[in-house]
Ligand binder design. Structure first.
Ligand code: BGC
Length: 439
């Protein structure tokens, strides 16, 4: 019975985590598409900038609009809507004849990425038993990373299929998105949302399937107690003193995850490798290495997040990130050989995948009370995307103006800030019920 229940929880978490896979795929696919649409649509460099960043702008809007309906209509319906938007965006971009249509459908895809980046971890955190929650929410980071790898491989494989190659690269996303849409019909609604909306019988049924009868009854009581203040959530509630503190932590985690520079590597790896004096074929191999290390260390994080806990992972991870970036910056200043730069980049990626990558999403999904989780997560995650936008916009400009050495030195200092922040503000949440966690 225990085994059967574990299998069921993993299955529904994996289905919800398909949102993460599409998030990873859709953000990464563009790198392979750009070289072809650049010629097809005859794009200027400013237009290319817009093509790449339009998705991120869509994400910001997606996160902002997802919170309220997820509190009102439930997590399931909103995730299904995101799945549908992924399908529409895949076909829309692939069939575009003009750049304006392309950008419109990219923005639509961005809405979907934004929604998925918030509701997938939220849903998983709300159905997961406390002792496995870290692991299960981290599945979402695992699927993001797998999505990035799939995009890379499918771009590589499809680049040789002729002049419509970029259309195939984009439309292929409709397959996992369609599967995601169908699979969502088979997962139960979040028990915590069901209780917030006073559907206690249904919530008990779901919790019984997940935790067994005895635990389910206890959990319903705990959730019930936490919900005693049953006023409707309003944006103003986020300013209550205790929620304000959680919100401060959520927003800072979101910003730090991005401004420590992960996507300067994810989005600009080939440019950095070229600057390190490597040939194009080596650059392809190195991009694969980045993807593989990212995946490997995410798997390790999943193994340890509920054992070691969130705090140590964040603290030691930030420290490793700071050291790796400092060494990388020295390597650029001193003109060390390319292989050293690769080693420091990989150790930075590994440290991120072990810490800020998964744990940020885990904590943002855990630290808010049930009643305001939708709105509070949306406010925090919007900062993920705003910061992502700023970094991806300014990284190349910074490298151009002050050089790679100084740019990575700045990023290293920001990792030190992340280390200090985690030491001072992050509390341990492993093993606790969502209702027991209060910042
Ligand atoms: C971040 C993404 C990043 C990815 C890399 C995620 O946690 O939110 O911005 O591209 O990790 O693995």
């Amino acid at each position: 019975m225990e085994k059967k229940r574990t299998g069921f929880i993993i299955l529904i978490s994996l289905i919800a985590a398909l949102g993460g896979l599409l998030f990873g795929f859709d953000t990464a696919v563009i790198s392979g598409v750009v070289p072809y649409i650049e010629t097809y649509f005859d794009l200027s460099s400013t237009q290319i900038g817009w093509v790449v960043s339009s998705l991120i702008l869509g994400c910001i809007v997606g996160v902002l609009i997802a919170g309220a309906p997820s509190d009102k209509y439930g997590r399931k319906k909103v995730l299904s809507t995101a799945a549908l938007l992924f399908v529409i965006s895949a076909f829309g971009t692939a069939l575009s004849k003009e750049i304006s249509t392309f950008v419109i459908f990219r923005v639509l895809g961005g809405f979907a990425v934004g929604i998925a980046s918030m509701i997938s971890p939220m849903y998983i955190s709300e159905i997961a038993p406390a002792e496995h929650r870290g692991k299960l929410v981290s599945l979402n980071q695992l699927t993001i990373v797998i999505g990035i790898l799939i995009a890379f491989f499918s771009n590589y494989l499809l680049s040789g299929v002729g002049e419509n190659n970029w259309r195939w690269m984009l439309v292929i996303m409709a397959i996992p998105a369609g599967l995601f849409f169908i699979a969502m019909f088979f997962v139960p609604e979040s028990p915590r949302w069901l209780m917030v909306t006073k559907q206690n019988e249904k919530a008990l049924k779901v919790l019984t399937r997940i935790n067994g009868e005895k635990n389910a009854k206890e959990e319903v009581e705990t959730i019930q107690k936490a919900l005693q203040d049953d006023s409707k959530p309003r944006l103003k509630d986020l300013l209550n003193t205790n929620i304000r503190k959680a919100l401060f932590v959520g927003i800072c985690l979101a910003i730090l995850q991005q401004i420590t520079g992960i996507n300067s590597i994810m989005y600009y790896a080939p440019m950095i490798f070229k600057e390190s004096g490597l040939s194009t074929s080596d650059a392809i191999l190195q991009t694969v290495a980045v993807g593989v290390i990212n995946l490997l260390f995410t798997l390790i994080a999943i193994r340890f997040v509920d054992k070691i806990g969130r705090r140590p992972l964040l603290i030691y991870g930030s420290m490793m990130m700071a050291i790796s970036l400092l060494l990388l910056s020295i390597a650029f200043f001193m003109n060390w050989e390319g292989i050293w730069k690769l080693i420091f980049i990989l150790s930075f990626i590994g440290a991120f995948a072990l810490s800020l990558g998964p744990v940020t999403w885990v904590l943002i999904a855990e630290i808010f009370p049930n009643r305001v989780r939708g709105k509070a997560m949306s406010v925090s995650i919007v900062f993920v995307w705003i910061s992502c936008f700023v970094v991806s916009l300014f990284f190349p400009i910074l490298c151009d103006k002050i050089g790679f050495g100084f740019t990575f030195l700045i990023l290293s200092m920001i990792s030190v800030v992340s280390f200090l922040f985690n030491m001072k503000f992050v509390i341990e949440t492993k093993g606790k019920n969502l209702e027991e966690i209060s910042i």
